[in-house]
Design a protein around this ligand. Structure first.
Ligand code: AMP
Ligand code: MG
Length: 332
């Protein structure tokens, strides 16, 4: 059975809310990427998310709320700095990790005693949470490990026939996921860079740590950061601008089809086995385009994708985080 896609008008959102209330699965746009939602307090419904995505059960979900008072339903020991962040960044792409209440089923948090919560800014996401009258657990609406979906069509590519409904609200404006900030430690730690930058958080919090890229540390702190993630089918290679042409040349000479994502324009010798996507210089536009570009190159059947590194400041940190994870080889 094909999964229905509905343009997200009020009637469609009401219908979607009904599905959530009765324990079903709905994909919907947020300002970051498309999410795959279920009633966060219904363990059976949440279990279906893991099954549809083929996501490991120990990879915790983010719970989406429409009103700040719902935070107290989900989290305990909310420190003052959490309220300061809420005031400044909600609704928006900032997820806070706090100790969970007993109301939150452990399947939602991947067995952890903390819960990750955010209030999305996208009007369709907000309306859906409001009409559902319950918090919505929603990871990205992709098959586990694949590039996150930034259009309704991407969701269908990965989850057709596995979920009840897709709400189509057009392409998502930010394009990379939320920043996940762990407030159970001092100083707070960014577990995943995202839509709210380190620099913006430092302005409110002073000292903020960034989760090291050491895989063992990542595995302990944030289960979802463990494996190859956000990855196209093609092998992804990250290149310095100066070495890019050499790498692309080598891959072409080895007889493989190659896709390239570059920001500075260069002159390429046309070749059937070469596909070039010109990426924006502006980091916000780059983030918006990132996952769609990876999916596009996959659709062209390239075997290797060579991506020019971006600068690690502002949104560039989130972009490089996704690219590095996409370049990792899967666990044995
Ligand atoms: P996704 O919704 O697919 O973007 O994945 C959500 C990510 O948020 C997970 O993979 C984790 O890395 C992180 N996360 C969610 N809940 C927690 C938590 N309680 N503690 C630490 N990290 C979390
Ligand atoms: Mg995800």
């Amino acid at each position: 059975m094909r999964t229905e896609i509905l343009r997200a008008d009020e009637t469609a959102i009401e219908h979607a809310a009904q599905i959530i209330r009765s324990g079903g699965l709905v994909a919907f746009p947020t300002e970051t990427v498309y999410g795959l939602g279920a009633d966060a307090l219904n363990a059976d419904a949440v279990r279906k998310i893991f099954i549809a995505k083929e996501r490991p059960f120990d990879d915790p979900l983010i719970v989406h709320i429409a009103h700040v008072h719902q935070l107290e339903l989900l989290a305990r020991h909310i420190p003052q700095r959490a309220w300061d962040l809420v005031k400044k960044f909600w609704p928006g792409p900032l997820t806070l990790v706090l100790p969970k209440t007993d109301r939150v089923p452990s399947v939602t948090t991947g067995g952890l005693d903390t819960v990750a919560v955010r209030a999305p800014a996208h009007p369709i996401a907000r309306r859906l949470v409001e009409l559902s009258e319950r918090p919505i657990a929603a990871p990205s609406a992709n098959r586990f490990g694949r590039p996150s979906p930034t259009t309704a069509q991407h969701v269908r590519e990965d989850l057709d026939g596995r979920i009840d409904l897709i709400l189509d609200g057009g392409p998502t404006p930010i394009g990379v996921e939320s920043t996940v900030l762990d407030l159970t430690q001092d100083p707070p730690m960014i577990l995943r860079p995202g839509g709210v930058t380190l620099e913006a958080l430092q302005e409110i919090l002073g000292e903020v740590r960034l989760l090291g890229s050491a895989l063992s540390e990542a595995a302990k702190r944030s289960p979802g950061t463990r494996w190859r993630h956000y990855a196209p089918q093609a092998k992804l290679i990250l290149a310095e601008p100066a070495e890019l042409e050499q790498i692309v040349g080598d891959v072409l000479r080895s007889g493989r089809r190659v896709g390239v994502m570059i920001r500075e324009s260069r002159l390429w010798t046309a070749a059937d086995s070469l596909r070039v996507i010109q990426m924006p210089l502006d980091l916000s536009e780059y983030a918006r385009r990132l996952f769609a570009a990876l999916r596009e190159l996959d659709a062209h059947g390239v075997e290797v994708i060579v991506v020019e590194r971006v600068e690690e400041r502002g949104l560039g940190r989130a972009i490089m985080d996704r690219l590095r994870k996409a370049a990792q080889t899967p666990p044995q």
